[in-house]
Design a protein around this ligand. Sequence first.
Ligand code: DC
Length: 229
Amino acid sequence: MKPTIIIAIDGPAGAGKSTVAKTLAKKLGFLHIDTGAMYRAITLAALRQKADLNNQAKLEQLANESKIELKPSEPENKVFLNGEDVSKEIRTPEVTQASAFIANCVPVRKILVARQQQMGQVDSGPFGGAVLEGRDIATDVFPDAQYKFYLDASVEMRAKRRLKDLEKAGVPSTLDQVMADVKARDDRDMNRPVGGLRKTSDSIVMDHSQLTVEQSAEELYKFIRQHPR
Ligand code: DC
């Protein structure tokens, strides 16, 4: 039996990973797994229960008890937590902020990594493979992925995109503020002791600061077509 094709897309926040992964998965007929949404769902569960975000045993229990489903949908995929659609709620600034605690919790990471590995095994389903996006896909979740992309973009470009999203959502901010925020998130993501954002020796690094997310998805698609594995 042919092994499932796994496409790992890692990279910093705001590099456009989610839209690129979704577009690419659609083009290929692959399942799209947004692993960040899973960390966000656990964060929401913890905030709702007013859990102490430093209590690792509590967070582990929450992760074990939480059923997270990622459902393909247009224009955005949907995320369900214990059967409830939480797609919007997991994107609030409060969840973004608190998600760092969940991402730093090693027992939670173990649970989510195992679930992601299971979800990626799509050989018996309708999908030809899986596109997983996050921070630790190529390093921890699927170190044997056939394609390992590291999607980068400059701090300024990522901040500009983020500012646009905030404006759309009616959240007032400034470029300076958002740039400081992006840098702080990079710092947290890269210096996490477990599951930190890193390139692997075989990562295909792409800096798409000058491309739209659609163009970026097209570049990855072309690369895959030109390098069958
Ligand atoms: O990509 P995002 O902003 O939706 O990620 C939400 C949080 O989860 C953020 O704190 C980074 C973290 N994360 C992680 O630690 N590992 C992943 N594979 C994906 C996200």
